[in-house]
Design a protein around this ligand. Structure first.
Ligand SMILES: Nc1ncnc2c1ncn2[C@@H]1O[C@H](COP(=O)(O)OP(=O)(O)OP(=O)(O)O)[C@@H](O)[C@H]1O
Length: 442
């Protein structure tokens, strides 16, 4: 059983610049742990410390309860194999000779020693696994970037270590080999009960393949947990300083992580959406029943909205249908109008000019925990759809302030197929509402 324990590691270069700051985590046998974080956050330095190639200022590393600094060099080679981010071999070795280097720790004389049967078998297997056996007589320097990377990985496998430390192993690999490599190291860890620690820039791959993820930011541990817990979009956006989105992927039970190029600021009208308790500016025309989740209130409010044919300011939401209990007001930009679909009470669309957004609503009451998964799923898909396919004029943040709820019955539960159905149809539903809206107001 292999196990890696990193305790309070602080490391850096020169005298003062701390690059890795009190990092602790552990990885168990059979586990694949991804190390993610922005450029310069200390990932490679941490890996070099773990490989025993860079000395930490303080803290300790243990493999199977044995301190790294107590290993002999051949014990270390049999325990940990490290793939650096950049590895340019100076001498003109053949691809096979590079892989043979992985057997160094097992040989009794100086390399290149005559390989025994076992060495031969391990070298061949490793090269075949990495699809470079046919390249064995080629000069390492004459290989493509991806072939070099696969030869270097074969060298690590030939080392037969307990733990692989890989610094961006999918560098230079095309999608086919990237998937193949990740599948391979994933099963190498699970089937042989060994450990993989892998630095990854591809967050989506980390979400798909890793059991746990260590996120570093400025040398410190920002999070260490399962991918779904670490890849929170606010955290990702803050750490990477980018607009990163995460949504549920029901088919593969991993979060889908993606990013967007920044939008031109002047294309976004940031409508201030806020809530208040007083209904005095209300212009009531007729009433519509809505369920609205107000993140700022952290609860579902449902009841009657006094719909108005023109909203030049505030939309009021009451917690009861009789307009007695506290009302909440959403402030809209001037000129925004309300439009009600005539065919039924289930949808209401509000918009300004050609833009609009949607509320799905139902009068049924429900316990928040039962609705939340479906509700969050649908509202995210709906807002994504609106953001990309319509000119709402609203920032995504503003859109998110008002959430879509779905028609559900009390105590109803949802299968994945139902969720999927909602996902597929929400776009069409919005599209048809938009068509109606545009023919009325376009
Ligand atoms: N040999 C070195 N000497 C001095 N400073 C270094 C050295 N190697 C790295 N650094 C500095 O340490 C910091 C962390 O570097 P490191 O390579 O560990 O980060 P990283 O998270 O792996 O980055 P990247 O994602 O770009 O590979 C950087 O600011 C870098 O400039």
């Amino acid at each position: 059983m292999s196990e890696v324990q990193v305790e309070n590691i602080t490391a850096g270069y020169g005298k003062s610049s701390t690059v890795v700051d009190r990092v602790s985590f552990m990885a168990g046998a059979g586990e694949m742990v991804g190390v993610v974080g922005p450029n310069g956050s200390g990932k490679s330095t941490l890996l070099r410390v773990m490989a025993g190639l860079h000395e930490a200022w303080s803290g300790s590393i243990q493999y199977k309860d044995k301190p790294l600094n107590s290993f002999t060099s051949s014990e270390r080679a049999k325990t940990v194999a490290y793939l650096p981010q950049f590895d340019e071999l100076a001498a003109a070795y053949s691809a096979r000779q590079v892989v043979e280097m992985g057997r160094y720790a097992y040989q009794k004389s100086w390399w290149p020693a005559a390989n025994n049967k076992k060495d031969e078998q391990v070298i061949q297997n490793a090269m075949r696994q990495m699809h470079v056996w046919t390249k064995r007589f080629h000069s390492f320097h004459a290989l493509s970037g991806g072939e070099k990377q696969r030869v270097l990985l074969a060298r690590l496998l030939a080392q037969e270590p307990e733990c692989l430390l890989l610094d961006e192993p999918t560098n230079h690999l095309d999608i086919h080999y990237r998937i193949e490599l990740l599948n391979y190291i994933r099963s190498w860890a699970s089937e042989q009960n060994r450990t993989v620690i892998v630095v990854m820039h591809d967050i989506q791959a980390a979400a798909l393949y890793c059991d746990r993820v260590l996120m570093l930011s400025e040398g410190r541990v920002e999070a260490f947990d399962e991918p779904a817990a670490v890849f929170d979009e606010r955290r990702l956006s803050e750490v990477y300083q980018a607009d990163i989105r995460v949504s549920l992927q029901h088919e593969i039970k991993a979060p889908a992580v993606y990013w967007r190029p920044p939008k031109q600021e002047d294309n976004i009208l940031n409508v201030p959406l806020s809530w208040s308790e007083t209904p005095d500016q209300c212009q009531a025309v007729s009433s519509v029943t809505l369920n609205v989740y107000a993140p700022s209130l952290k609860k579902l409010v449902y009841g009657t909205v006094l719909s108005v044919d023109k909203i030049n300011g505030d939309l009021h939401i009451f917690e009861d249908g009789l307009r007695r209990r506290s009302a909440h007001i959403i402030h809209f930009s001037p000129g925004m109008r309300i439009w009600k679909k005539s065919s039924g009470p289930r949808e209401a669309v509000f918009g300004a000019g050609r833009s609009c957004f949607l509320w799905l609503h139902m009068a049924e009451g429900w316990p928040a925990q039962e609705i939340s998964a479906l509700q969050l799923y649908i509202q995210r898909k709906a807002f994504e759809w609106m953001y990309y396919h319509t000119n709402t004029g609203l920032s995504l943040r503003a859109l998110e302030e008002i959430m879509v709820t779905a028609p559900v019955k009390k105590n109803e539960t949802f299968s994945e197929e139902q969720l999927h159905w909602h996902y597929l149809h929400i776009g069409e539903l919005i599209e048809s509402l938009l068509d109606d809206y545009n023919s009325d107001f376009g």
